[in-house]
Design a protein around this ligand. Structure first.
Ligand SMILES: Nc1ncnc2c1ncn2[C@@H]1O[C@H](COP(=O)(O)OP(=O)(O)O)[C@@H](O)[C@H]1O
Ligand SMILES: Cc1ncsc1CCOP(=O)(O)O
Ligand SMILES: [Mg+2]
Length: 264
C-alpha cells in the first residue's frame, strides 16, 4: 500500500526544485506542454536528436517520453535517452499515445515499457492495448472509460514494478496493489488537444522534484484537474479554457490544491 502524497508539500517542493525536464514529445503538444511546465515552475527542454539526447538527459532531473507523432529518428532518440537515464537514476515517464492504433506504435510502446519507466500514464484505450486487452483503437482519444482499464493498469504496474495511471473522467493511479481514484477535472479537458500529454509532462516535473512515481503522478493529475475546474468556470470555450488553464496552473498554491483534491 502506498501512502497518499502530501499535495501542498509536493507543490512547494516542485516550485523550490524548478527541475529541468527533458521532453521527447509530439509536435502537436510540444509548445503547450512546455508552457504548462513553465507555469508550474519547471524548466522544459524539447531535445530529440539521437546525437544529443543521451548527453542532454544527464543534465535533466527527469525525462518525458511521448510517442504521439512517432518517427524512426525519434524512436532512436528515445532509446538513447532512456538508456542513459536509467543507469543514472534519472526518473522518466512514458506516454503511449494511441498505442493500440498501429503495430508500430504498439511495438514501440511495449519496447519502452519493458525498459521500465518510473511512471506509465495513458488513457484507457492505451492502457488496455499495452495489457493486450484492447479492441479497435480509434486514435489518440480513448474509446473506453478509465474504469474499464483499472485491472489492466494494476497488472502492468505489478509486472513492471512501476507506477501506472489511467486517466479519464476519474483518474486511477496504482502501484500494482493499491488504487487511488482522483475525481478532479472537467469535461473541457477533452475539447483541447494535449491535456493527457500535459498530465504526463507535469508528472515529469514532480518526478524531477524528487517525488516517487505514484506520488508524482497523483500530484500531477490532481493539480491539472483542480486547475481545469477553475479554468472552465470563466471560459467561453476551448480556446479561452486552454489559456486560462495555463494561468490557473501558474496561480495554484499548495493549500488550495490540498483542500480541493477529490480522492477516493
Ligand atoms: N470526462 C472528463 N471529465 C473530467 N476530466 C476529464 C474527463 N476526461 C478526461 N479528463 C481529464 O483530462 C486529462 C487528460 O486525460 P485523458 O483525456 O484521459 O488523456 P488523453 O488526452 O491522453 O486521452 C486528465 O487530467 C483527465 O483527468
Ligand atoms: C492529436 C494528436 N495527434 C498525434 S499526438 C496528438 C496529441 C495527443 O494529445 P493527448 O493524448 O494529450 O490528447
Ligand atoms: Mg494521450
Amino acid at each position: 500500500m502506498f501512502s497518499a502524497p502530501d499535495l501542498a508539500a509536493a507543490l512547494d517542493r516542485l516550485k523550490a526544485a524548478a527541475p529541468l525536464v527533458h521532453n521527447i514529445t509530439n509536435t502537436v503538444v510540444a509548445n503547450f506542454t512546455a508552457n504548462a511546465l513553465l507555469a508550474v515552475g519547471a524548466s522544459p527542454a524539447m531535445v530529440q536528436a539521437e546525437e544529443e539526447a543521451g548527453e542532454f538527459v544527464l543534465r535533466a532531473q527527469a525525462l518525458v517520453v511521448n510517442i504521439g507523432t512517432l518517427s524512426a529518428p525519434q524512436r532512436a532518440a528515445m532509446r538513447v535517452a532512456v538508456a542513459a537515464a536509467s543507469p543514472a537514476g534519472i526518473p522518466w515517464v512514458l506516454d503511449p499515445v494511441a498505442a493500440g492504433a498501429t503495430a508500430y506504435r504498439l511495438d514501440t510502446a511495449r519496447e519502452l515499457l519493458a525498459r521500465r519507466p518510473t511512471v506509465l500514464r495513458g488513457n484507457a484505450s492505451e492502457i488496455l492495448a499495452l495489457a493486450g486487452q484492447g479492441g479497435a483503437s480509434r486514435g489518440v482519444d480513448s474509446t473506453a472509460a478509465a474504469e474499464m482499464a483499472r485491472d489492466a493498469a494494476r497488472m502492468l504496474a505489478r509486472q513492471g514494478g512501476i507506477a501506472v495511471a489511467v486517466t479519464g473522467a476519474v483518474d486511477y493511479v496504482t502501484d500494482g496493489e493499491a488504487m487511488l481514484g482522483i475525481a478532479n477535472g472537467h469535461p473541457m479537458l477533452t475539447r483541447v488537444t494535449g491535456t493527457g500529454c500535459t498530465a504526463t509532462a507535469l508528472t515529469g516535473a514532480f518526478l524531477g522534484a524528487g517525488l516517487p512515481g505514484v506520488a508524482a503522478v497523483a500530484s500531477a493529475l490532481t493539480l491539472l484537474g483542480v486547475a481545469a475546474e477553475d479554468a472552465a468556470s470563466g471560459a467561453a470555450g476551448p480556446g479561452s479554457f486552454a489559456v486560462a488553464l495555463l494561468d490557473r496552473l501558474h496561480a495554484m498554491d499548495g493549500a488550495t490544491l490540498a483542500a480541493r483534491a477529490r480522492w477516493r
